[in-house]
Design a protein around this ligand. Structure first.
Ligand SMILES: [Mg+2]
Length: 297
């Protein structure tokens, strides 16, 4: 049996049988119908409550991983996240293991990913697919086009909104604008009303994506599903079975894209809402262990 040592971001190194399923059929993902994203329900479908652990990773898979809430625990604001010291090296090992077919797919700008995971600078999609960097460093960013003017108006209005709502934080990513209310939870309904009005005024060029205690305004053509599809159209991703891990509403399009291609879609976190994902891992630690090929603890 092929054995391989994989270091986890926690610094432990274990001898374990990993990737010994090459060529063996794995469970076919159960694809849930399209879900209303952002909705909350106390009466979740059985499927969500009963999502199982994903099958083991195979080096032939194309691996796509969200960052906040998936690779990193969520912090009070995006700048406050803690990166385990061995995580950048772990990302490099994943890249090697998957023959280069590994990419981060995040709402953060790529510059922020580079800062967090230095010296790692691999394939990545940032700003929900608005930015895309191939493994060779070349870029395939999406032009915000006519949405840029609408984003400018939202930026100005968001500054006024933040001025009257202490704790509300504006994250300007250039190609998108996010409003975070984790430090001002009471402002949530006001932010939602602001978003509804802003999108109505912007017409068809923008959409608002609701995340965890945040709403982000992005040009309508952006999305994690599109970013994954773009990677899969090119080497070294092309022809590989895709795997995507994510935790938030913004990842649902990625789950759906991967499911359409017969891939493995994995929701990270508790069963708190309907999802298009076929599998579940409980938290960030479980993600690290699963990526490293460790058996369930
Ligand atoms: Mg996330």
């Amino acid at each position: 049996m092929r054995r391989r040592t994989v270091k986890t971001p926690f610094g432990k190194s274990k001898q374990m049988p990993v990737f010994d399923i090459a060529g063996r059929a794995v469970a076919k993902p159960q694809v849930c119908g399209a879900q209303e994203t952002g909705s909350k329900s106390d009466n979740l479908p059985n499927k969500e409550a009963g999502l199982g652990r994903p099958p083991p990773l195979n080096p032939s898979h194309a691996l796509f991983v969200d960052v906040d809430g998936t690779l990193l625990d969520i912090a009070i604001h995006p700048g406050a996240v803690r990166v385990p010291p061995n995580l950048p090296g772990f990302l490099q090992s994943l890249e090697v293991r998957h023959g280069g077919a590994f990419a981060l797919v995040s709402g953060r700008p790529i510059a922020s990913l580079d800062q967090l995971f230095r010296p790692w600078r691999g394939a990545a999609a940032g700003v929900h697919g608005g930015e895309r960097r191939r493994r060779d460093g070349s870029r395939a960013d999406l032009d915000p086009g006519i949405a840029a003017a609408a984003l400018d108006r939202i930026r100005a209005a968001a500054i006024d909104l933040a001025a009257s709502n202490p704790g509300l934080r504006i994250e300007d990513k250039g190609r998108s604008v996010a409003l975070h209310y984790r430090s001002a939870p009471a402002a949530g309904p006001r932010v939602e009303r602001f978003a509804a009005q802003a999108v109505a005024e912007a017409g068809a060029v923008l959409r608002a994506i609701a995340g965890k205690m945040a709403i982000e305004f992005v040009p309508r053509g952006y999305g994690k599903g599109g970013a994954i599809a773009a990677f899969l159209a090119e080497p070294p991703f092309h022809g590989r079975r895709p795997v995507f891990l994510g935790d938030d509403v913004t990842d649902e399009e990625g789950f759906a894209e991967v499911a359409r291609r017969g891939g493995i879609s994995i929701k990270v976190g508790p069963p708190d809402r309907p999802t298009a994902a076929a599998y579940r891992l409980s938290d960030v630690s479980a993600v690290h262990a699963w990526l490293a090929g460790q058996p369930a603890g």
